[in-house]
Design a protein around this ligand. Structure first.
Ligand code: GUN
Length: 297
């Protein structure tokens, strides 16, 4: 029997535990604050930041949203970043990617106070993660690590193939998996758009993590019997449905499920874990910057 990994359930448990941590912070007069910054009006990004704000409200985090015009100059965005860096009510924040082309996202990341970097994308935090001393783990790879521990999926000694090399998922995922620590100790292969014989690399893996944004690239023929399959992809594909689109992953779920030992669905797999770990980073930032230690899930 293939295990369908229930990200909604595990994310719900993490949110429940975080509510306790938030209660402990409240006893010391601290309410964690998370700000989201959206530049422009990309519909998918709007949906994502709305969901992040709703998550904050549900667990008792003070959610603050800043909308910036899509034509704004980089300096306008930098002013907002300076204000957020200085705002004592904001413990963590993020600038939703992608940003319009007049803005250099790397420069944006450099200006974020690393202690408020809820995504863990600031170069200092990336360096700390690579060095094995992470402050904020990027939310998607961290959420996937939590799924592994919850489902007793062993990474130590496992061959893991990561398909995708993005700064947000592929690179930090590979780094976490190769660390000499719990949830690491894997032998990691990173594949990307220039990889030759992709199927050869996925077929030899105990764990395949698909994070390349190519819909249904990975099918059952590319998976070994009993492997764990983690689908990070979430693309909008236009349909005749009421919503007008359907969410499709990087894995062909039906064929991969026939071979996999465990597999994440889309939606309801990795997505809710990413959102839960953003809340986790916010509570961690609040706890550390306010000097109020709390237990984290
Ligand atoms: N765009 C897609 N995923 C993310 C994310 O995790 N953080 C930010 N800031 N932008 C994104």
């Amino acid at each position: 029997m293939t295990t369908i990994i229930d990200g909604d359930r595990i994310a719900g448990e993490i949110r429940g535990a975080l509510e306790e941590s938030i209660g402990a912070l409240a006893d010391h007069g601290v309410t964690p604050g998370l700000a989201t910054v959206l530049v422009g009006d990309d519909p998918a990004s709007q949906t994502y930041v709305n969901m992040k704000q709703r998550d904050c409200e549900e667990v008792g985090i003070n959610g603050i949203h800043v909308d910036i015009d899509g034509d704004a100059s980089p300096e306008e965005l930098y002013d907002t970043i300076e204000e957020l860096n200085a705002d004592p009510e904001v413990h963590g924040y993020l600038v939703q990617d992608p940003v319009p082309e007049q803005i250099d996202y790397r420069e944006v990341l450099r200006r974020i106070d690393p202690a408020k970097d809820a995504d863990g994308f600031h170069p200092e935090n990336v360096g700390r993660l690579v060095a094995g001393n992470a402050r904020f783990k990027p939310c998607t790879p961290h959420g996937i690590q939590k799924l592994f521990s919850e489902y007793d999926i062993e990474t130590e000694g496992a061959d893991v193939t990561v398909v995708g090399r993005s700064d947000i998922v592929g690179k930090p995922m590979a780094n976490l998996l190769m660390q000499k620590s719990q949830g690491g100790n894997a032998t990691v292969t990173v594949c990307h758009s220039r990889t030759e014989n992709l199927a050869e690399k996925t077929r030899r893996a105990d764990v395949v993590i698909a994070a390349c944004g190519v819909t249904e690239l990975i099918d059952g023929s590319m998976i070994s019997e009993g492997a764990t399959v983690i689908d990070v992809g979430i693309s909008r594909v236009e349909t005749d449905s009421e919503k007008g689109y359907e969410l499709v992953g990087d894995v062909d779920f039906e064929s991969a499920k026939e071979k996999a030992g465990a597999i994440t669905p889309v939606p309801g797999g990795v997505g809710p874990m990413t959102r839960a770990m953003l809340l986790y980073n916010t509570v961690k930032a609040a706890s550390e910057s306010e000097g109020v230690p709390v237990e984290l899930p």
